[in-house]
Design a protein around this ligand. Sequence first.
Ligand code: NAD
Ligand code: UDP
Length: 323
Amino acid sequence: MSKRILVTGGAGFLGSHLCDRLLERGEQVICLDNFFTGTRSNIAHLIDHEQFSVLEHDIIEPAYVDVDEIYNLACPAAPGHYQHDPIYTTKTSFIGTWHMLGLAKRCQARFLQASTSEVYGDPEVDPQSETYRGSVNPIGPRACYDEGKRAAESLIFDYHRQHNISIKVARIFNTYGPRMHPFDGRVVSNFIRQALQGEELTLYGTGEQTRAFCYVDDLVGGLMALMDSDEAVTGPINLGNPGVFTIRQLAEMVAEQTKSSGAIVQARPLPIDDPRDRRPDITLARDLLNWEPKVPLNEGLSRTIQWFDSININDYDPPTPDY
Ligand code: NAD
Ligand code: UDP
């Protein structure tokens, strides 16, 4: 029998791909979203699917539905988005998660949280494993997101211990692919948008900072494997692609694949608290979920560039002015 599954943030980048995959598996999916950074176009192809429904709602308010599983993805995720209204970000992360946990408690639903590598802050160890407790500036401009997600993790584990809720916490590392918002200001979407429009590719700082980029299909497979794992597997568990690149290398790859005429320029200083190096240790995910990413960066970039090439950028409004 199919399950009833709530995907909060279901109209967003990751959430819309997750809705696709759950429906492909035959599940009933309720996509909850307030369309802050997600778009109706991300789920337009699902609207007539009889197993799919949309609930326009803000998780800062409680939601009343009956479900078997909850994937809690609702939260602005790009730095320009989450720093635009930082108090709202903290409220979404903490109060929103609290409401979704209350829902899980009432329905006895299994709860999966989209946490983040940002809980490690600007890490002093490389790669980062789940035992590393992080180096977060609690009062900086990224804190609304980093500390919001950390507080959410702590609340989730208290619901597990106090109310016996079945929980799964994924710490997601930088993920990219089709349906990233073209104006989310994240590095992959910025570089591809800039390259396709013949603009300069904007490095922040020297471009020597590193990130590890995971293709969206791999990541969504990891989230589903975690949700389906044994009851004893709670996480936190890192999900990401361990292949590491400098931001300058990424710019060069995008420029080459798009045959861009735009130069690669050092456009601004590194943003405050921008992590210097980030790379997941995915030993736990390999051992417990038998999961690892399959799509290499050049292949994933090619698919993402194809998608950006296929959309009309004028159909997209920047959710916030900072990108
Ligand atoms: P996204 O911005 O595309 O998706 C977030 C979705 O949540 C959007 O559709 C937005 O409209 C919705 N939303 C935001 N606040 C809401 C609220 N208060 N109530 C209801 N809906 C709300 O971002 P994404 O990249 O798809 O990220 C999804 C989740 O994964 C986030 O929780 C994010 O923290 C986490 N994550 C993503 C990455 C990544 O690289 N993409 C990395 C780490 C963690
Ligand atoms: N970055 C950049 N140029 C851009 C956008 C981002 O050099 O146009 C850098 C940013 O400073 C960071 C890295 O790329 O070092 C990744 O940024 P992103 O916002 O994608 O995600 P983060 O990992 O910082 O959350």
